[in-house]
Design a protein. Structure first.
Length: 112
């Protein structure tokens, strides 16, 4: 039987909890807080969500409330998410977490 993977939102919550963050909010978007850092987290579940979600990179609303944003997606989709974010140079610091059955990788924007 193949391994059962959690939806990216569940993976994202589990990752942030393991890192010591408190997590609040339901659905694919939530807030993770630890000490002085508050991160708005958006979980993307695949190609349909990447194309359908209105991220800032796709004309969505900018977030003035959060200086830090994290997008969690299947590892195979992280390059697309990174490229779209880098192309608009959003007004917040961001990271992309790529999840796989055996763990996750954190992808940061390239330093200019």
């Amino acid at each position: 039987m193949p391994p059962v993977s959690m939806p990216p939102a569940e993976d994202a919550r589990a990752i942030f909890r393991r890192l010591g963050y408190s997590v609040s909010g339901d659905g694919p978007e939530f807030v993770a807080e630890r000490k002085w850092r508050t991160v708005r987290v958006t979980a993307l579940s695949g190609g349909d969500d990447l194309n359908g979600r209105r991220l800032l990179a796709d004309g969505g609303e900018p977030s003035n409330d959060y200086r830090f944003r994290c997008f969690v997606a299947p590892e195979s989709e992280t390059g697309d998410v990174q490229n779209r974010l880098a192309s608009v140079d959003p007004g917040y610091e961001w990271a992309v977490i790529g999840v796989e059955d055996d763990g996750y990788d954190v992808h940061l924007p390239d330093a200019a």
